[in-house]
Design a protein around this ligand. Structure first.
Ligand SMILES: *[C@@H]1O[C@H](CO)[C@@H](O)[C@H](O)[C@H]1NC(C)=O
Length: 210
């Protein structure tokens, strides 16, 4: 069964459709993005060629993170979330503010022990309905924002060993271990650098920082 190959292609299309609309999605849509739900009505066309190869060392001067983050298929779930959080999408869309985005790949996002909109304290306080209704949506959105902001470093270039606070305020750094970049604390592997553009970089990581 080549299930992966069958679902990943339309998922990228859904992702690109969100990129075009730039509207925050309701929670129900976000939940669907984790299950690769594809509506039969999804128009089947490709607005642009997929960017499959990692970026080379050159930096494109006129392109910014918000232009490219939705085009890397392997981080489609995370990049979809960045567009749901206004302060983050605004930042990535601001040519005058650099950032290093640490984007967990789709496999990491699907296997998270708890979904990025969930917080065990919400379940203790509000029970199984914690994310129902308008208050539930607000709670989910707050948790999503925290998750996404933990994966955005508000500077680029980001030097090895330099401790920085992410947009969520937690402190991280990275080190090179035998040619392998690792985010610390946690030893989270940097798998590749998907993009280098004028206001920063998008790194694909093999774990989550939440
Ligand atoms: C922002 O990133 C660009 C591209 O890497 C770099 O040339 C520039 O110096 C950076 N600006 C700041 C303020 O770090």
């Amino acid at each position: 069964m080549k299930r992966g190959a069958l679902i990943s292609y339309p998922t990228a299309i859904v992702c690109l459709a969100f990129a075009a609309s730039a509207e925050p999605r309701p929670l129900s849509e976000i939940v669907k993005s984790f299950h690769f739900h594809i509506s039969p009505q999804t128009p089947f066309h490709l607005p642009a060629p997929f960017k499959m190869a990692p970026a080379d060392e050159s930096v494109s001067t006129d392109v910014i993170i918000s232009d490219v983050i939705g085009k890397t298929q392997s981080i489609a779930i995370f990049s979809g979330l960045t567009r749901d959080i206004d302060p983050v999408s605004g930042r990535l869309d601001d040519a005058s503010k650099n950032a290093t985005v640490l984007a967990p790949d789709n496999g990491v996002m699907r296997e998270l022990k708890r979904k990025p909109w969930e917080d065990p304290e919400d379940y203790s306080a509000f029970g199984a309905e914690a994310y129902q209704g308008p208050d539930g949506e607000d709670r989910a959105h707050k948790n999503l924002r925290r998750f996404v902001e933990r994966h955005v470093v508000p500077e680029s270039p980001w030097e090895e060993g330099k401790k920085v606070k992410t947009l969520d305020g937690n402190e991280i750094w990275w080190e090179d271990k035998d040619g392998q970049k690792k985010i610390q604390p946690g030893d989270v592997e940097v798998k590749s650098i998907a993009d280098k553009v004028s206001n920063g970089e998008v790194w694909v990581i093999g774990g989550s920082l939440a």
